[in-house]
Ligand binder design. Structure first.
Ligand code: SF4
Length: 299
């Protein structure tokens, strides 16, 4: 099956006269040996976990062990100051709430990674609540997102430790932008343009988690990534393009990731993680942790 590039994905869909998601569904069936029903059932399970991660993050007090992350989603939900609209604030709330569920050791879907695990739940929840997108369409959007991640993983990377945060939150945002564009009626060209526009606007983003914990800036980046995804989808749906073909944009992302200094690849040695305040936080967290002694239970 030719799922090696965005160009071949689109060509295959055109050749067979099917939507992009159908190619990914067939890929799952043939490459993974699953039945079509098994794939749809699995997508329903994944979507349920994503929705639950958002709801848990918005409902329950959220504070991580380190104290770095604290109720971002809930703060957004209860704020009545709107920079653009209540929906804009809610989109960010959904994404940060789901990511906080992950940071607090709750159950999430690592799509494509745990660090970026708030972005797709935020976007799908937003589509369902505010565009009344049907579940079947969301499952199809998830298949398109899987196709996007599959190709980016082959051509660049989806891991912060390999390609920086552009690879992690950037890929999730591109998956989400493709899903928004599809759910709101975009054609194959517009879907792929939304991917290119997203990656183009997240290129070079470094991975710099404070104290090496996937909390800060990770939660905030899940919030900003959904905004970039929405902007990319908005431009693509309006008929705008990235000008540079999506395969070339992803190749550029791979090149940037390859030459990125190792300080910016999840080592917590550069960027935000290297600021004096972050360094002081890291010392506090790790000295507190070192003081916790394990004691054998009494016999
Ligand atoms: S900063 Fe690093 S760990 Fe955090 S979301 Fe980005 S890639 Fe993941």
């Amino acid at each position: 099956m030719r799922l090696e590039s965005f160009a071949s994905w689109k060509a295959l869909a055109e050749e067979r006269g099917v939507p992009l998601w159908r190619i990914v569904l067939d890929y799952e069936i043939h490459q993974k040996g699953r039945t079509e029903q098994e794939v749809w059932s699995r997508l329903a399970q994944v979507y349920a976990v994503m929705r639950d991660a958002v709801e848990t993050g918005l409902r329950e007090p959220r504070q991580t062990f380190s104290g770095l992350v604290r109720d971002t989603g809930k703060k957004l939900l209860s704020s009545s100051i709107y920079v653009i609209s209540p929906e804009f604030s809610l989109l960010i709330a959904y994404a940060t709430a789901a990511k906080e569920t992950n940071a607090c050791m709750g159950r999430v879907v690592a799509a494509p990674t745990a660090g970026a695990s708030g972005i797709l739940p935020g976007i799908y929840t937003f589509l369902a609540k505010h565009h009344k997108t049907q579940e079947k369409t969301i499952y199809e959007a998830m298949l398109i997102g899987a196709g996007v991640a599959l190709i980016i993983e082959k051509k660049a990377s989806i891991a912060g430790a390999v390609g920086g945060c552009q690879a992690e939150t950037g890929t999730a945002a591109a998956m989400g932008a493709a899903g928004i564009t599809y759910a709101l009626g975009g054609n194959a060209d517009q879907i792929l343009e939304s991917v290119a526009l997203t990656i183009m606007n997240m290129l070079g983003l470094i991975c710099d988690p404070v104290a090496g914990l996937v909390e800060l800036p990770c939660v905030k980046r899940n919030g900003s990534a959904v905004v970039i995804a929405a902007a990319a989808a908005q431009m693509a749906l309006a008929g705008d393009t990235a000008v540079i073909p999506v395969d070339e944009v992803v190749a550029a992302m791979g090149e940037v990731g390859a030459i990125m200094d190792s300080r910016f690849k999840e080592t917590a040695l550069g960027g935000i993680a290297a600021t004096p305040t972050a360094q002081a936080i890291a010392r506090r967290i790790w000295s507190d942790t070192a003081s916790i002694r394990y004691e054998e239970p009494p016999l």
